[in-house]
Design a protein around this ligand. Structure first.
Ligand SMILES: NC(=O)c1ccc[n+]([C@@H]2O[C@H](COP(=O)([O-])OP(=O)(O)OC[C@H]3O[C@@H](n4cnc5c(N)ncnc54)[C@H](OP(=O)(O)O)[C@@H]3O)[C@@H](O)[C@H]2O)c1
Length: 417
């Protein structure tokens, strides 16, 4: 098959990773001609213009948007029937990027539901795509045990650690299920696969997200600035004396982690998919913007500054036993409104200011979990990037850049004031 005939299909194209993947593919990363066709698949219907992807231009790959594909309703056979109808040239798909995730309150049920959706997609592509070459999906540091109070492993977190995850915890995470599906489905096939492991992903989504910390904090800081008389400016540069405290405790502000911008994550996923020999074979790769870990305490003042605010440390040094908090738990001592509570209380401001899209375009299922980030992620959890570097992928970035890019996109899309 000629190189110029590569066809990428992205499931979850409206999500944090999926949006950035399509964006990078349309910007012709890594080079013009790498992909000739791109199919973006979404669940909730959304207009193409609302994505804010690059406009058509010379040499831009052909983009096809297929909305309304709810994977919860399908098995492999029914999905293959509907994709055959809905996706032009589905038989030419060469690269499958799977970015779908649906949050379910019960962890075991969440694994089952997401596992079934993934199985349906893989089965359908095995039936429909004889030229399939590569499949890639994102895992995450949840797969290293960060949802357990205090974490499981001592960082830097390395890829082999997933093999020693305690079984009781492992069964609450869907990534091992995905691996099992791909191992079985790729037998005797011409395609290979890999998994990437990001920690917090910083990026843009056009119509909300379940777990976008950047969107959650951006809406909070935007409303907070407005309510304190700080006028939004085109570059958000005029900093006032209005202070906003880090929504967490001292340990949450000072623990090390390795965030990744959705742009860098998307670029590595595309890079990996084009290097099956070095990146295939079911390998797992950590990914982050930078080898040097950072802290929320360093980032917070810079984030607040973009909104004309002064970001300060936590309100009080929490005296509770931090190691007892697990994912989604907030300490009793957290007396101020959390970002999520603040957004809910003041959302009407978005509508009053004519930002209708912001009213329903925020964080959905993950709001409470994101509120608790600064309280339960109190332990170091940074990633080793040694294996990533061995692939030849090079892209060091200052993590703050991903936040600023996202804020600018939120503003452009009317998701913040
Ligand atoms: N967010 C983070 O910081 C982070 C960090 C590490 C790992 N991860 C991992 O990354 C993966 C994706 O998460 P994300 O944060 O990118 O989520 P997200 O922004 O909420 O995106 C999820 C995508 O899944 C789609 N989707 C949900 N239910 C669907 C369904 N029933 N049928 C078809 N599509 C459906 C959504 O489409 P609609 O919006 O159209 O429903 C959306 O495009 C997850 O495995 C997550 O664990 C995320």
């Amino acid at each position: 098959m000629k190189e110029e005939s590569r066809h990428a299909i992205v499931f979850g194209a409206s999500g944090l990773i999926g949006w950035a993947l399509i964006d990078q593919l349309l910007r012709r990363y890594p080079e013009a001609g790498a992909f000739s066709k791109i199919t973006a698949v979404t669940n909730r219907p959304i207009k193409l213009s609302d994505f804010h992807w690059p406009e058509p231009g010379i040499n831009r790959p052909i983009l096809q948007l297929v909305s309304g594909v709810d994977l919860r309703r399908s098995d492999g056979a029914t999905l293959s029937g509907s994709l055959k109808q809905a996706v032009k040239d589905i038989d030419t798909v060469t690269h499958l990027f799977y970015q779908v995730f649906t949050s379910v309150p019960d962890d075991i049920e969440e694994v089952a539901v997401n596992g079934r959706m993934f199985q349906a997609v893989i089965t359908a592509h095995n039936l429909l795509c004889p030229n399939l070459q590569f499949v890639i999906f994102p895992g995450g540091t949840r797969g290293y045990g960060i949802y357990a109070a205090g974490g499981v492993f001592t960082p830097p977190l390395t890829e082999t650690m997933v093999n020693t995850l305690p079984p009781d915890y492992a069964k609450t995470v869907v990534y091992p299920t995905y691996r099992g599906i791909l191992i079985a489905a790729s037998q005797q096939k011409n395609w290979t696969w890999c998994e990437v492991c990001p920690d917090a992903i910083i990026g843009f989504t056009p119509n909300g997200s379940q777990f976008s910390l950047a969107l959650h904090w951006a809406q909070y800081l935007s409303l907070y600035a407005y309510n304190h008389g700080v006028e939004p400016t085109p570059k958000q540069a005029k900093t006032t004396a209005v202070k906003v405290a880090f929504p967490g405790n001292a340990a949450g502000a000072s623990s090390f982690f390795s965030p990744v911008s959705a742009t860098i994550l998307a670029r590595f996923m595309i890079y990996a998919s084009l290097h099956p020999d070095t990146c295939g074979g079911g390998q797992l790769f950590n990914i982050a913007d930078n080898e040097v870990p950072c802290t929320y305490g360093e980032l917070w003042p810079q984030l607040a500054n973009w909104f004309g605010l002064v970001g300060t440390g936590p309100v009080e040094n929490s005296k509770i036993d931090e190691s007892s908090l697990a994912v989604g738990e907030l300490p009793q001592a957290a007396c101020a409104l959390t970002p999520g509570e603040y957004i809910s209380r003041h959302k009407n401001v978005f509508a009053q200011c004519g930002h209708e899209k912001a009213v329903n375009g925020g964080v959905s299922a993950g709001s409470r979990q994101l509120d608790s980030v600064g309280y339960w992620l109190t332990f170091d959890r940074h990633l080793s990037l040694e294996k990533l570097r061995e692939t030849g992928f090079k892209a060091d970035r200052d993590p703050i850049e991903g936040w600023i890019d996202s804020f600018e996109m939120f503003k452009r899309a009317g998701l913040i004031l």
